[in-house]
Write a protein that binds this ligand. Structure first.
Ligand SMILES: [Zn+2]
Length: 454
């Protein structure tokens, strides 16, 4: 008599299908940072001109597209006498909506009316329309799901910082073998229609066939991102170790074998610097030259933090995937975890402290740690390597004893797990062990001896 499995769990990285689905990989090649010695001053100036005019034209174009969609609705649908009748409204929306294909057809006319748009490759503009479509699709999906809808926004001046070539048109990679005495490094040039040729600094070799190319700016750095389709990779040799992982605030992660991955508090370290830059920013007058400089400083801080975090996560993720066959995480909903706590009232209706300030600090650590990107990263890496990632129900994992399964509530600052059955463990290690057990129960391989369950 066991109608439902005791714990909710679901499989993410089942090796068979996941590897097929993930047969695409992002390969980033760094291109033309401003201080790039590869690019002559003349070229830099030319490119900056091109890139300055291109995004601003694109932004105008994007905003016009949004305006058009809005106007279509406001003029044709809203004034209708039966607007508040749901069926009529839906019917009208279907008839009068301006969508992706309509806007794509208009491109030709736009180019005729506004010659400056002829300068921009049509793929780039088509991509802008596609993004607008996606923004609308997401908006309608959120409305349907009853989430906060978030109407697509008009874009500010500094917002646009990337554009995409959705297929092979408009760009070309030219590889040039260098002489042997220069270690045979391949020199790669990227030729972009209407922008010119730029020298690339490849951060890794390109494998497979390139499907799309995105040019992206982050602060003062430019990147060319190639998405490549490559064949199915060979799985790693089977490992006989499994691991449960408790992502925490004290340590970044506690492993069920008793080890820890320490928390990289990059954001905390860089916070003072960032705070100073942001204070300076608030003092500057809008539109001033100084303000622009400080905006760059803030962006640089954020950029550095993001890079450090990503680097750490990649390394930690590879280490886990190399060593363990089955990796079990809690299915944490970071969005819910980082919510502000509900206000508390006493019996007279006065508000009493609800721990919001303390929670805010914890929230910062949670977001700093980047748990969700990390679990995603591990899932992807695991799928490539033929490993399995399982997410289990997080309720009670921190309260259960891994030895005798009794549940005893712990407060947040109780750091040690000690149970009447004689089980003495670090609190986070204990929950990592529980998480691993749940994962095994889910797979029904709990009987398989692994060093991690010892
Ligand atoms: Zn116990």
């Amino acid at each position: 008599m066991n109608p439902s499995p005791p714990y909710l769990g679901y499989l993410v990285g089942a090796p068979s299908w996941a590897a097929c689905r993930l047969a695409k990989q992002n390969i980033t090649a760094i291109a033309w940072p401003n201080k790039n010695r590869f690019v002559t001053a003349y070229q830099q100036r030319m490119m900056r001109d091109r890139n300055a005019s291109c995004p601003s034209l694109k932004r105008v174009f994007d905003n016009a597209g949004l305006q058009e969609r809005r106007d279509a609705y406001e003029m044709a649908v809203r004034p209708h006498p039966n607007y508040y009748h749901e069926e009529t409204r839906k019917q009208l929306s279907r008839e009068h909506a301006v969508g992706y294909y309509e806007q794509k057809r208009e491109l030709v006319d736009i180019k005729e009316l506004r010659p400056e748009y002829q300068e921009i490759a049509s793929h780039v503009l088509q991509d802008v329309i596609l993004r607008l479509k996606r923004a609308y699709d997401d908006f309608f999906r959120r409305v349907q799901n009853g989430e906060p809808p978030g109407y697509p926004r008009f874009q500010g001046r500094n917002r646009y910082d990337s554009f995409c070539y959705p297929d092979g048109a408009g760009w070309k990679l030219e590889a040039k073998e260098r002489p042997a005495e220069k270690k045979g490094i391949v020199r790669v040039n990227l030729r972009l229609t209407k922008i010119g040729t730029v020298k690339l600094h490849l951060h890794r070799n390109i494998q497979g066939t390139i499907k799309t190319l995105t040019i992206k700016r982050e602060g003062e750095h430019w990147y060319a991102i190639c998405t490549c389709e490559i064949g199915q990779p060979d799985p790693f040799p089977t490992s006989y170790e499994d691991v449960g992982i408790d992502l925490g605030v004290t340590h970044f992660a506690a492993l069920s074998n008793g080890t820890f991955i320490d928390h990289p508090r990059y954001l905390r370290h860089a916070e003072n610097k960032l705070a100073k830059a942001q204070q300076a920013l608030s003092r500057k007058q809008r539109g001033s030259h100084k303000r622009k400089q400080v905006v760059q400083r803030v962006a640089k801080c954020h950029h550095k933090i993001a890079k450090q975090r990503k680097d750490f996560q990649h390394k930690a993720s590879h280490k886990l995937v190399n060593q363990y066959q089955i990796i079990v995480f809690e299915d944490l909903q970071v969005k819910n975890l980082t919510k502000a706590p509900a206000p508390k009232q006493d019996e007279n209706g006065n508000y009493v402290p609800n721990g919001a300030a303390a929670k805010a600090g914890v929230n910062k650590s949670i977001l700093d740690a980047g748990w969700s990107t990390f679990t995603q990263m591990v899932s992807v890496n695991a799928a490539w390597a033929g490993r399995t990632v399982i997410f289990v129900d997080p309720s009670k994992t921190s309260q259960m004893c891994p030895n005798c399964q009794t549940i005893r509530k712990k407060t947040l600052d109780e750091r040690w797990h000690s149970c009447e059955c004689g089980c003495e463990l670090d609190r986070d290690t204990a929950s990592a062990k529980v998480i691993l057990d749940l994962g095994h129960q889910h797979l029904s391989v709990g009987t398989r001896p692994t060093s991690a369950t010892a």
